[in-house]
Design a protein around this ligand. Structure first.
Ligand code: ADP
Ligand code: MG
Length: 612
C-alpha cells in the first residue's frame, strides 16, 4: 500500500470529518443517556463542524450565481434537517458528504499523479560539451540541435540524438512499454525519455527537447482531454438538467403534496408539511449527480493513462470508444506485420553487368529515400555514389541521375517471386534486387487476440506483389489480402471497408498518412522516431510490438465497459432511492449513504482501470 500524501484541502476535509465524527459520537452518547437538548446541540455542532467548508463554498457559489451546485444542495438539506429538528440527520449528511468528497479527491489526485509520471520522461537538465572540452549542465529545454551531450549510465536521454562515441544498452520501456533493452552504438539514434542503461555515451542532438519523442508524447497527452466522447458530453448535459429538475420535484413534493392533501379534504397543510418536506430533503440529497459527473470522465482519463503507461498513446477519449467498437482490422504489410528492416537477399543481373555495380547504382538513387527498401539497398551497397535530380514516387519507386545515367529503382513490371525491385539505367533493365523481410513474432499472437476481442475481419493492404503478400498473410493468419496497391488505392480500400464496419488501420506512417487519417481509428506503429505518423494517427504505438495493438483494443473495451457500468449503476441507484425517499421508505440517512456509496463505487471502478 502506497502512502497517501494529502493536499491542504484534503487535510481540511479530514479534520472536518474527524471533528464532526467526534461530536457526532458525543451526541450519540448524550442521546443514549437521555440528555435530549445536549445531544441535539452536539449533533448540530457536528453538522456545522463537518459542513463548514461546504456551507462556505455554497455561499461563494451563490455569490457567483451558481445555485445548483452540490454544496448548495447539501447545505439546504442540512439546514432543512435542523429546521425539522432532525439533528442527527443534519450531522450525518455533512459527515458522509465530506467522506465522499475526500475519497473522490484522493482518487482523482492519485490517477492524475500516475499519469503525470509521464512528464518525468523529460529530464530537467543535460550535460553539453563546451568548445574547451569541458561539460556544462544546462536546462534540457535549452539544448540546441547540433550540441554534443554526455549521457551517463542510468540517466535519461534529454533529447533525440545520435550516438557519436561509446556503446550502451537503451531501455525504451518508459516510452514504448517494451521491456527488452536495445543495444546501441556509434551512429544509432536514441530517443528522449528512454534510459541509458550501461555505458557513458556522447551523442549529437538531432531535435530540440520539446520536439523529441518524450516532448511529443507529453503534448499528445495534454491535448487528449479535449476530444470528448458522447458519453462525456451526455453526462455534462444530463447534470445540467438533472439537478435542477430533481430540486424542482423536491420542492413540489414539499409544497404541492401537502397543499393537495388539504384541498382534497385531508389533514391541513401545516400538519403534513414537515413530513413531506423531510422526504423532499432526502430527494434533494440524491439530486447531486456527483457519481456520474466524476466517474465517467475519470474512467476515460484512467483508460488513457493506463494505455500511455504501456506505450499506447490515444489522442482522445472518443478514440477509446471507437477502438472498442472496431470490428475490422486493416494492416499495412511492411513495417507493420513485418519487421520492416529488409535486407538484400540476392540480385539478378542482365547482360554483362555485375551485382556490385547494380547495387551501387541503385543505392545512388535510393540514398535520400526513407523507404525500408531504400535502406536495405544502401546498406548492401556499402559505397554510395553521388546522385542528382532525385525524385521519389510514393508506392512506386525512385529515379535519379547517377554516374551520368538516368537510374530508376521501382516496383517490377512483371510478376516476380517475393519482394523485389527492378533497376533500370537510361530506360534499359539492368537487373532485379530481391529483398527479404521477417514477419514480426508478435504478429500472429496479436491477430488471434484481436479476433478474441471481437475483430471479425482482418485485412492486409500492400504495395508489394501478390506472392510476397500471400506468404506473410499465411504466416500471421490474415483473412483478406489486397496486393500491388498504389497508396491511393490503399486509401480507396479503406474507404470501402469503412462503409461496412468500424475500421482500424495500422500502418507505419511511411506513405500511408491518408489511410491513417481516413480509417475510423488510425494506428501508427513504431512511432518512436517518426513525427509524421504521430500527426496523422489517432492512436500511436511507440514500440513496434504488435501485441500492443491487442492490448489497446482490450483496454478500450474495458474502459467503455467500466464507464457504461458506472452510468447504469449510478442512475439505477439514484432512481431507486429517489422513489423510495418520495414514499418515505428511506430517510435522509440512507439517501446520503446511497449517494456516497455509489460515488465511491463508481470512482473506484474508474480508478481500477489504472491497475493491471
Ligand atoms: P508497402 O505496402 O509494403 O508498405 P509501399 O506502398 O511502400 O509498400 O511500396 C510498394 C512497392 O513500391 C514496393 O514493394 C516497391 O516495389 C516499390 N517502392 C516503393 N518505394 C520504393 C523505393 N524507395 N525504392 C524502390 N521501390 C520502391
Ligand atoms: Mg509502407
Amino acid at each position: 500500500m502506497k502512502k497517501i500524501k494529502f493536499t491542504k484541502v484534503q487535510k481540511k476535509r479530514l479534520l472536518s470529518i474527524a471533528s464532526g465524527a467526534v461530536l457526532f459520537a458525543a451526541g450519540g452518547i448524550c442521546r443514549l443517556l437521555g440528555a435530549q437538548l445536549c445531544s441535539d446541540i452536539l449533533f448540530a455542532a457536528a453538522g456545522l463542524a463537518a459542513g463548514l467548508m461546504c456551507i462556505v463554498r455554497a455561499f461563494r457559489g451563490i455569490a457567483r450565481g451558481v445555485f445548483f451546485d452540490e454544496n448548495t444542495l447539501m447545505t439546504i438539506a442540512a439546514v432543512g434537517a435542523v429546521c425539522l429538528g432532525e439533528y442527527p440527520e443534519c450531522a450525518a449528511v455533512m459527515i458522509l458528504y465530506q467522506v465522499g468528497e475526500l475519497f473522490q479527491s484522493v482518487a482523482v489526485g492519485r490517477s492524475r499523479r500516475a499519469i503525470s509520471e509521464l512528464s518525468s520522461l523529460c529530464p530537467d537538465s543535460a550535460r553539453v560539451l563546451q568548445p574547451d572540452g569541458s561539460y556544462k549542465e544546462i536546462a534540457a529545454s535549452d539544448v540546441n540541435i547540433g550540441d554534443t551531450v554526455q549521457i551517463r549510465a542510468g540517466e535519461r536521454i534529454p533529447a533525440d540524438c545520435r550516438i557519436c562515441e561509446g556503446v550502451t544498452d537503451i531501455d525504451t520501456s518508459p516510452v514504448t512499454g517494451e521491456s527488452v533493452p536495445r543495444g546501441a552504438g556509434v551512429g544509432d539514434e536514441i530517443y528522449s525519455g528512454c534510459i541509458n542503461m550501461s555505458g557513458t555515451v556522447l551523442a549529437e542532438v538531432l531535435k530540440r527537447s520539446e520536439d523529441s519523442a518524450a516532448g511529443r508524447i507529453l503534448k499528445l497527452t495534454e491535448t487528449a482531454g479535449e476530444r470528448k466522447t458522447r458519453s462525456e458530453a451526455f453526462i455534462t448535459r444530463f447534470a445540467k438538467v438533472y439537478t435542477p429538475l430533481v430540486a424542482l420535484i423536491a420542492a413540489a413534493v414539499a409544497l404541492l403534496v401537502p397543499l393537495f392533501i388539504q384541498i382534497f379534504g385531508g389533514p391541513s397543510f401545516s400538519e403534513t408539511f414537515p413530513d413531506w418536506s423531510r422526504r423532499a430533503l432526502s430527494m434533494l440529497v440524491i439530486s447531486c449527480p456527483c457519481a456520474l459527473v466524476i466517474s465517467v470522465p475519470l474512467g476515460y482519463f484512467c483508460g488513457l493513462g493506463s494505455a500511455s503507461k504501456k506505450g499506447i498513446l490515444i489522442k482522445g477519449s472518443t478514440y477509446v470508444d471507437t477502438l472498442a467498437r472496431v470490428d475490422t482490422a486493416v494492416f499495412d504489410k511492411t513495417g507493420t506485420l513485418t519487421e520492416g528492416t529488409l535486407s538484400v537477399d540476392r540480385t539478378e543481373v542482365f547482360d554483362d553487368g555485375d551485382a556490385a555495380s547494380l547495387l551501387r547504382l541503385a543505392a545512388g538513387a535510393e540514398q535520400t529515400s526513407s523507404h525500408p527498401i531504400a535502406k536495405a539497398i544502401c546498406t548492401a551497397a556499402g559505397e554510395i555514389p553521388a546522385a542528382s535530380d532525385i525524385t521519389e514516387t510514393s508506392g512506386v519507386g525512385v529515379e535519379a541521375t547517377v554516374e551520368g545515367m538516368r537510374v530508376c529503382v521501382r516496383r517490377p513490371m512483371h510478376s516476380v517471386e517475393g519482394t523485389a525491385v527492378e533497376v533500370t539505367a537510361d530506360g534499359k533493365s539492368v537487373g532485379y534486387i530481391y529483398l527479404s523481410d521477417t514477419v514480426k513474432p508478435s504478429a500472429a499472437p496479436a491477430l488471434s487476440e484481436l479476433r478474441e476481442q471481437g475483430v471479425g475481419n482482418t485485412v492486409m493492404l500492400t504495395g508489394d506483389n501478390e506472392s510476397a503478400a500471400q506468404k506473410v498473410a499465411a504466416e500471421v493468419g490474415i483473412d483478406t489480402v489486397y496486393a500491388s496497391l498504389m497508396p491511393e488505392e490503399k486509401f480507396e480500400k479503406i474507404e470501402q471497408l469503412c462503409a461496412d464496419g468500424c475500421v482500424m488501420y495500422a500502418g507505419d506512417g511511411i506513405n500511408d498518412s491518408p489511410s491513417l487519417a481516413r480509417a475510423d481509428v488510425g494506428v501508427a506503429m513504431g512511432a518512436l522516431g517518426s513525427g509524421a505518423a504521430i500527426e496523422a494517427a489517432d492512436v500511436v504505438l511507440m514500440g513496434g510490438d504488435m501485441t500492443a495493438l491487442a492490448k489497446a483494443k482490450r483496454l478500450a473495451r474495458r474502459t467503455v465497459r467500466t464507464v457504461k457500468a458506472n452510468i447504469v449503476i449510478s442512475l439505477a441507484v439514484k432512481l431507486a432511492v429517489l422513489v423510495l425517499a418520495a414514499f418515505d421508505i428511506v430517510g435522509m440517512w440512507a439517501a446520503v449513504a446511497a449517494d456516497v456509496g455509489v460515488c465511491i463505487l463508481c470512482v473506484s471502478n474508474s480508478v481500477s482501470l489504472l491497475r493491471k
